[in-house]
Design a protein around this ligand. Structure first.
Ligand code: HEM
Ligand code: HEM
Length: 214
């Protein structure tokens, strides 16, 4: 017998920060590319780049605040890989290599394979915002030519975004926890297998709040 339970794993603040980061990043990738390749559109693209850059900076500021002051999935501790999650990360790799044919492991909020990449991309985005804000007034900083750093990080952010979007769509399509809508409404779905009779020998149960928690 199966039972499903909706559990709120993403707080409103974290979801707001996610979308205030994700949507501007997509606009910044497109407008940054236009600035470089389409001189006739560069002025308009640069204006939009500036507005989206401001929105991204707000989103990052909120995310950084939550890393320190938030709780649960929003706190920085949730972005530190746990050695116990290594097996689940391996299962995730098998899932991708088989194009979604092997089973997904169970996890609570952040995907165990992506945890270190989330921390890294937040750091990269902070560097990208800082170079974007500074480079026009101060192109050289500590020996780094900031426009070159900004142009170098853009394809790295593009690669992360593309892989991340394909991955979360694959998790949603092949898994049972409705991951994409969870980043909108906050709730992931957990399928709980219930024993036929409560007293079935040898089967342990854990409360839903503990699923996937370390
Ligand atoms: C995901 C984040 C971002 C990406 C992928 C990105 C990408 C790019 C790219 C590809 C260029 C053109 C480089 C060239 O062809 O030489 C560019 C230029 C520029 N970016 Fe960004 N950028 C991002 C965030 C920001 C932010 C947050 C700001 C500032 C708030 C910013 C400000 C600028 C400025 C001032 C330029 C110079 C060109 C101009 O707008 O006139 N960028 N960016
Ligand atoms: C528009 C398409 C996008 C969708 C549908 C989406 C969806 C999601 C989902 C479902 C998660 C949770 C995944 C998990 O189980 O670990 C997540 C997490 C995350 N996403 Fe996205 N995402 C999108 C775009 C982006 C972009 C463009 C970025 C930045 C480059 C981004 C950065 C992040 C980060 C940093 C996390 C970890 C959550 C945190 O702790 O801040 N996302 N996203």
């Amino acid at each position: 017998m199966e039972r499903i339970q909706r559990v709120r794993v993403w707080s409103a603040g974290l979801r707001l920060a996610h979308w205030l980061i994700a949507l501007p990043v997509l606009v910044l990738l497109a407008t940054g590319w236009l600035i470089g390749v389409a001189p006739s559109l560069a002025a308009a693209a640069s204006d939009v780049h500036g507005v989206a850059g401001f929105a991204l900076t707000l989103g990052l500021a909120l995310r950084l605040y939550l890393l320190l002051a938030g709780s649960g999935a929003a706190h920085w501790r949730a972005l530190v890989p746990a050695p116990g999650d290594l097996g689940k990360a391996g299962m995730m790799l098998r899932f991708y290599l088989s194009l979604g044919r092997t089973p997904l492991p169970r996890w609570y909020s952040h995907n165990p394979l992506w945890v270190p990449l989330y921390a890294l991309i937040l750091l990269i985005l902070v560097a990208q915002s800082a170079t974007g804000l500074l480079m026009e007034h101060r192109p050289l900083l500590a020996g780094f030519y900031l426009p070159a750093v900004h142009a170098f990080l853009a394809p790295v952010i593009l690669a992360f975004s593309a892989l991340h979007i394909v991955a979360v769509v694959l998790h949603d399509a092949r898994g049972t926890s409705s991951d994409v809508s969870a980043m909108i409404n906050g709730h992931r779905i957990f399928v709980i297998e219930k024993p036929q009779t409560p007293a079935q020998a040898g089967i342990q149960s854990i409360p839903i709040e503990r699923i996937g928690k370390r």
